[in-house]
Design a protein around this ligand. Structure first.
Ligand code: HEC
Length: 386
């Protein structure tokens, strides 16, 4: 044993015995006390007079750093680097930043709690501690509670081993061990901060973990899906729309609709020319305020961009739109029948697309009524205003 031992360590049978021993040892003048227990014991830190952990302040501080970074990042992105107005709000609209600020605060705080605990307070990657090399450590990690006197009086003088041993035994320690000074006794590297051997071991363990996780993932994704009963769902008899099939005479899995089938809610539009439409169709809707209002709404939604909100053929599109929309209030179109206007809306014409998919039949007829109103408003006769 080296000249100055690291500690004199007493093992107590119960947590209560350990807690009771602390004040007695303190009274006897031993103040450099540490406890090693198999599980955390409530209020032991208070009895030992340990300093409060600074972890809370670290977490608070880093949480606030997180809040500030998120705010700063969002301010920079939204108000400085890419000023882009969203929903008419101010560029620096902090209320909208709150969710991200909250998330980043939590992120910084939790990472600080975990990493500061491991690397700052628990001193990773320093794995060694003299008590780990003691004979008592097996009992401490199982069912015994250790108190160790780690400093002499005033924290400076070497420990008086005999006195420490007597004091521990007097307060109920079952056995007492003198733990050697690591600096003097270390030949195994057990107290070295992080030996190359530890590094190799850690790398090996990480490699094994990766291999196991990778193999597990591979099995879950590639293997499990290829064995019964999972495969039953793939192997059931079925026709693939785009694949060949021997089931039907024409060798294809996909069927055409039965001749004459009409999709629900859809009537085929049979007229190829405006003349055919004119011969068969008449506006079925009455010219009421409600119909005109519906026509106005649909016209504004679907036609106004190209034909102008009053129908005069002046688009509100930029010149990049190459088409030349018709002036719908001109004499030509005032002379068009309702059916002919309906036909154009239904099938389109050159640069004007069909609106059959966007407007139901009664909506198209309502637009026709509204077109009439536009035409008359731009070509009013004296009688109209009387
Ligand atoms: C994308 C732009 C655009 C939209 C939207 C549009 N049109 Fe047109 N429309 C045109 C163009 C371009 C023409 C001229 C086509 C031609 O004569 O080559 C035209 C022509 C017409 C004509 C005259 C057809 C003829 O026989 O000469 C009518 C009527 C008409 N549109 C009605 C409408 C109605 C009603 C709507 C809304 C349901 C509408 N358009 C929506 C671009 C548009």
């Amino acid at each position: 044993m080296a000249e100055a031992p690291f500690a004199v360590l007493g093992l107590y049978p119960t947590a209560q015995a350990l807690t009771d021993a602390v004040p007695k040892l303190k009274l006897a003048g031993f103040d450099g006390l540490e406890a090693y227990t198999p599980y955390p014991i409530h209020r032991l830190d208070e009895v030992l007079g340990l300093k409060k952990t600074p972890l809370g302040f670290l977490v608070l501080g880093m949480g606030l750093v997180g809040t500030a970074s998120a705010l700063g990042l969002e301010w920079f992105a939204d108000a400085v680097d890419y000023p882009f107005i969203v929903g008419g709000k101010a560029l620096f609209s902090w209320q909208a930043f709150v969710p991200v600020m909250f998330e980043v605060t939590v992120l910084f705080a939790t990472f600080t709690a975990g990493l500061a605990m491991l690397f700052v307070l628990n001193k990773l990657p320093f794995f060694g501690h003299p008590v780990l090399a003691s004979k008592s450590i097996a009992a401490i990690t199982c069912d015994r509670f250790a108190l160790s006197i780690e400093r002499g009086e005033g924290g400076e003088k070497p420990i008086d081993v005999a006195a420490a041993r007597r004091a521990l035994e007097a307060t109920g320690a079952e056995s007492v061990e003198v733990v050697g000074d690591p600096a003097a006794a270390d030949t195994t590297g057990a107290y070295a901060p992080f030996t190359p051997r530890d590094a190799v071991k850690a790398a090996l363990m990480i490699a094994v973990a990766c291999a196991v996780a990778g193999a597990g993932m591979y099995a879950a994704v590639k293997v499990v899906l290829t064995v019964p009963p999972i495969t039953h769902i793939q192997n059931q008899p079925k026709l693939n729309a785009q694949r060949a099939s021997t089931f039907f005479a024409d060798g294809s899995g996909m069927r055409l609709p039965v001749a004459g089938t009409v999709a629900r809610g859809h009537l085929p539009y049979p007229f190829k020319s405006p003349e055919e439409a004119e011969a068969a169709l008449a506006n079925p809707l009455p010219r009421t305020a409600a119909v005109l209002e519906k026509g106005r709404r649909e016209y504004a939604d679907h036609c106004g961009v190209c034909h102008g909100s009053i129908g005069n053929g002046e688009p509100s599109l930029s010149s990049a739109y190459g088409g030349k929309p018709a002036n719908l209030v001109s004499a030509t179109f005032r002379g068009y029948s309702d059916a002919r206007l309906y036909h154009v809306i239904t099938v389109g014409k050159n640069a004007m697309p069909s609106y059959a998919a966007d407007l139901a039949e009664d909506e198209r007829w309502a637009v026709v009524h509204y077109l009439r109103a536009l035409q008359r408003s731009q070509n009013a006769r004296d009688e109209d205003v009387r």
